[in-house]
Design a binder for this molecule. Structure first.
Ligand code: CA
Length: 244
């Protein structure tokens, strides 16, 4: 199915940079400025949480290894209250960390070695584009929606949002992509590599376990919206299937 059209340039954003290495923070701030954004740099997790609570930035660039509250803890705390886009930066290219970051709802994950500010800027732009595609959807009146009205699930393709019986599902772009694909063909079993392709928006390597992480989050969100968690069925050794 067709991707929802999104604006090519998402425009300027207020970006919170949580990074304790002064040189790296300054470099990121320079690049963000040059791209038209308004960066604010803080050097530890507690300051990051406080800054976000006070100023509600449009995006968070988050280092993992931080003094005080570490990046994963901050990511968890932010996710408990907001769907603000979060991009994790880390010196540790560790699969476990990456998966924990994705499970906590980070939108993207960039290793620092080798560090490419240009790549960070490209990811910032892509994540903003997706999140603004979500946020700019009209709330009233309800936009045309498709898929499984009898089952309570509504997918709003244009607005990149979904709801269950009128309860909004606060999905990340990757969760939306997965739910949209699965629910478009109820009963069809999708293999993990097929679902993984949906997560390849930026041409980066993502493991199949990332699919499992996103599905786990999707199930939790469906359950919280009153849908129950059984709508996305695991097919052992193959992948997943949406059932009404
Ligand atoms: Ca650090």
């Amino acid at each position: 199915m067709a991707e929802a059209p999104l604006p090519l340039d998402p425009g300027p954003a207020r970006v919170l940079v949580v990074e304790d290495e002064p040189k790296l923070a300054a470099l990121l701030a320079d690049y963000l400025h040059a791209a038209g954004h308004q960066p604010e740099c803080v050097a530890d997790g507690h300051a990051g949480l406080q800054a976000w609570n006070e100023r509600r930035h449009d995006l968070v660039l988050l280092d993992l290894m931080l003094p005080g509250m570490d990046g994963l803890s901050l990511c968890r705390q932010l996710r408990a209250q907001t769907s603000v886009p979060i991009i994790i930066l880390t010196a540790r290219d560790d699969e476990a960390d990456r998966l924990v970051g994705l499970e906590l709802g980070a939108d993207d994950y960039i290793p620092k070695t080798p560090f490419s500010p240009r790549e960070v800027m490209a990811r910032v732009k892509a994540v903003l584009r997706r999140s603004r595609g979500l946020q700019q959807a009209p709330v009233q009146p309800a936009p045309p929606a498709s898929a499984s009205p009898q089952a309570g699930l509504l997918i709003d393709e244009q607005g990149w949002r979904a709801s269950w019986c009128g309860v909004a599902l606060d999905l990340t772009p990757n969760e939306f992509r997965l739910l949209r694909a699965l629910s478009a063909q109820p009963g069809r079993v999708f293999e993990r590599p097929q679902l993984l392709d949906l997560l390849h928006g930026e041409g980066r390597a993502v493991t199949e376990r990332a699919v499992d992480s996103h599905v786990k989050n999707l199930r939790r969100k469906l359950e919280q919206a009153g849908a129950g968690s059984e709508h996305i069925r695991s097919v052992y050794g193959v992948g997943y299937c949406y059932e009404n």
